[in-house]
Design a protein around this ligand. Structure first.
Ligand code: SAM
Length: 268
């Protein structure tokens, strides 16, 4: 898999604007509305979407559209999810990381969410090109599908690589990580499973650590877990960061082995 970017990628990636803006009161309101009204869902609630502008590859292609997949196809997905150790990427972009990672781990199964059809399509084309049979793609907002489709304690690794910061206040409801969603991710992890978050946005790592510290199922960030991903392929955004000398911050959270509350309170 190529570790350099072509011109078409270079133009599409922009530098960030500085530090993540976190207003606790504003965020608390946003998170409530996310949960109660589905505010901020990208592409809207699939159940209410009358028609999709873009076609999905016909079944039985390993592509999942929530609410539109036939019962047989949904059953296929369930069987795929249960048939091998599972890793999930949220916001996979053009699939540069997950396709290479899935190639490297043929004995594992992968599910990748990318809500922008153009990129999801590109990821799917990459997977097809390499003849991958251990990767499914979904172009739904992961926040809708994960709670409904993934069994609890079924995911060994969640990869969240370079999530959108959504800088503007009016867009903050689209931000992926919120306490309610982190709780769902924690529940979906197998005991000992890993949540891997990487970002080049200043303030984002601390934000995620604060959220994780309030989630009883998750242990605090453990830098030693990075070793497991030391040779992981880079994403398109990460290649851009590397080429432009922009640092990438990495955080790793394990689901506690026992589903008990935190044994010791986080240090202030
Ligand atoms: C900044 S891009 C990073 C893409 C890729 N991970 C990379 O590093 O090149 C974030 C991606 O996440 C996708 N995304 C954001 N929120 C999402 C969600 N809730 N569900 C699925 N995809 C999402 C966006 O469409 C976007 O392509």
């Amino acid at each position: 898999m190529s570790n350099t970017l072509s011109g078409k990628h270079r133009g599409a990636i922009r530098r960030g604007r500085g530090e993540l803006d976190i207003d606790p009161q504003q965020l608390a309101e946003i998170w409530l509305r996310q949960q109660q009204e589905g505010k901020g869902l990208i592409g809207g609630d699939p159940a209410r979407r009358p028609r999709w502008k873009h076609p999905a590859p016909p079944e039985p292609a390993p592509w999942y559209r929530h609410g539109l997949a036939s019962p047989t196809h949904t059953q296929r997905l369930y069987e795929f999810l249960a048939a091998a150790p599972l890793e999930v990427e949220i916001g996979a972009g053009d699939g540069r990381f997950i396709v290479a990672w899935a190639q490297r781990h043929p004995q594992r199964h992968f599910l990748a969410f990318e809500v922008r059809w153009k990129y999801a399509r590109r990821m799917y084309a990459r997977a097809q090109k390499h003849g991958l049979t251990n990767l499914w793609v979904s172009d739904n907002d992961a926040r809708v599908v994960i709670p409904e489709v993934l069994p609890d304690a079924s995911v060994e690794v969640f990869h969240i690589l370079m999530p959108d910061p959504w800088w503007k206040p009016k867009h903050q409801a689209k931000r992926l990580l919120a306490p309610w969603f982190l709780s769902i991710l924690a529940r979906k992890l197998t005991p000992g499973g890993i949540l891997r978050v990487e970002t080049d946005v200043k303030g984002y790592p601390e934000f995620v650590e604060t959220l994780a510290a309030s989630e009883p199922l998750l242990a605090l960030h453990n830098p030693a877990l990075e070793a497991r991903f030391a040779d992981a392929p880079l994403t398109t955004r990460q290649i851009w960061c590397r080429d432009h000398g922009v640092p990438v911050y990495r955080r790793f959270f394990r689901r506690r082995l026992a589903a008990s509350a935190r044994l010791t309170p986080p240090k202030k």
